[in-house]
Design a protein around this ligand. Structure first.
Ligand code: NAD
Ligand code: TYD
Length: 361
């Protein structure tokens, strides 16, 4: 039975990945989820799996060398899937240090611990061990709005935000381990994800939540910036396929050619809410395009991200399964049916953060 060490499994993509893996492999695998439970980590995301015999949660900081080494010492880990990170660009602009701490130093701790556990006396690595570092397309910088240039695996890194700079640094560390030690790893660089369990500081859940409660919909600048949106299950499937079918030491870009301007996304959310909310739902009267408010632009706002997924499609056979029209409906329905989840994550600390982020805008 393969044993997975998943970092950041209580966050948005990590929890969807854990659900995906248990749906796919059921009792054929074991998962140990290590998460610090920052504001973005929520064990409620994993209620469905917490009683499984083949699932264990360990609360630890990936920067805590002793805690991470202990997990490797007590378990024969076959796969590491490394999601844990500070992940929000706006927060990185306000407070970059914690991004360097978790994303760079934390990744170094993970790499060192895996290397120490997996290395043979002659410097080779035990058969079948693999580390997958989950990264972002934001490391490549920003594309012009020409609809024809894309991020390839060969595109030079050019990060702009403290978030993307910290992710680029962590990618470089993984590359250095592969080049120096022949450490068995892969890197995936994925485009923007959407789906259930996403913390409502990110564009899509923030707009859904605000629209339902009749709050302003803060669109940065003119709303013309472009992101390439991928349904989170397709990302989870891509990660698993890269780890099982990809060539070791390679980078794979994951994205589904689904570019949309931010303002288009906000309009689609409002239209979909109005379409699917029943007339007697009290939240429906709050939803209106009049809530859209253009606010001060993000500092250093990248104009366009767009992935060319040719390599992962040709070498591995991965393709996205969920088209945006279907995925966004599924996502909105999930948030409508999980009001309690949203209430829990938006109470307390997050409310304070929201005030500090948007009060001046
Ligand atoms: P998230 O913010 O929802 O979750 C991050 C998780 O990591 C949380 O559970 C948090 O508690 C945990 N964590 C943070 N610091 C930690 C630490 N020091 N030790 C242990 N756990 C810690 O993030 P997400 O959106 O799920 O992103 C997951 C990964 O995927 C990140 O590495 C991110 O860079 C990458 N990624 C995200 C997207 C996206 O659109 N969200 C796209 C491409 C890549
Ligand atoms: P976000 O979800 O933060 O992801 P990222 O910055 O990693 O791409 O933002 C997606 C896009 O939406 C980005 O161009 C910034 C924009 N945006 C807004 O216009 N308003 C908002 O309140 C937020 C959170 C984002």
């Amino acid at each position: 039975m393969r044993t997975y060490l998943v970092t950041g499994g209580a966050g948005f993509i990590g929890s969807n990945y854990i659900h995906y893996m248990f749906r796919k492999y059921d009792n054929e695998i074991r998962i140990i989820n290590v998460d610090k439970l920052t504001y973005a980590g929520n064990l409620e995301n994993l209620k469905d799996v917490e009683n499984r015999d083949n699932y264990t949660f360990v609360r630890a900081d990936i920067c805590d060398k002793d805690a991470i080494e202990k997990i490797f010492a007590e378990n024969d880990i076959d796969r590491v899937v490394h999601f844990a990170a500070e992940s929000h660009v706006d927060r990185s602009i306000k407070n970059p240090e914690v991004f360097v701490q978790t994303n760079v130093l934390g990744t170094a701790v993970m790499l060192n611990a895996a290397k120490a556990a997996w290395e043979n006396a002659d410097g080779t690595f035990k058969e079948g061990k693999k580390f997958l570092h989950v990264s972002t397309d934001e490391v490549y910088g920003s594309l012009p709005d020409d609809g024809e240039s894309y991020f390839y695996e060969t595109t030079p890194y050019s990060p702009h935000s403290p978030y993307s700079a910290s992710k680029a640094s962590s990618d470089m560390l993984v590359k250095a381990y592969m080049d120096t030690y022949h450490f068995p790893a892969n890197i995936t660089n994925c485009s923007n994800n959407y789906g259930p369990f996403q913390f409502p500081e990110k564009l899509i859940p923030l707009m859904i939540n605000n629209a339902l409660s009749g709050k302003d919909l803060p669109v940065y600048g003119e709303g013309k910036n472009i992101r390439d949106w991928l349904y989170v299950d397709d990302h989870a499937k891509g990660i698993d396929m890269v780890q099982e079918k990809g060539k070791l030491f390679e980078t794979y870009n994951i994205g589904g050619h689904n570019e949309k301007r931010n303002i288009e996304i906000v309009n689609i959310i409002i239209e979909t809410l109005l379409e699917i909310l029943p007339d007697d739902d009290p939240r429906k009267k709050n939803v209106s395009k009049d809530l859209i408010k253009h606010v001060e632009d993000r500092k250093g706002h990248d104009l366009r991200y767009a992935i060319a997924p040719d390599k992962i499609r040709e070498e591995i056979g991965w393709e996205p399964e969920t088209m945006f029209a279907e995925g966004i409906k599924k996502t909105i329905k999930w948030y409508l049916e999980n009001e309690e989840w949203m209430k829990n994550v938006t109470s307390g600390a997050y409310e304070k953060y929201y005030e500090s982020m948007y009060s001046g805008r």
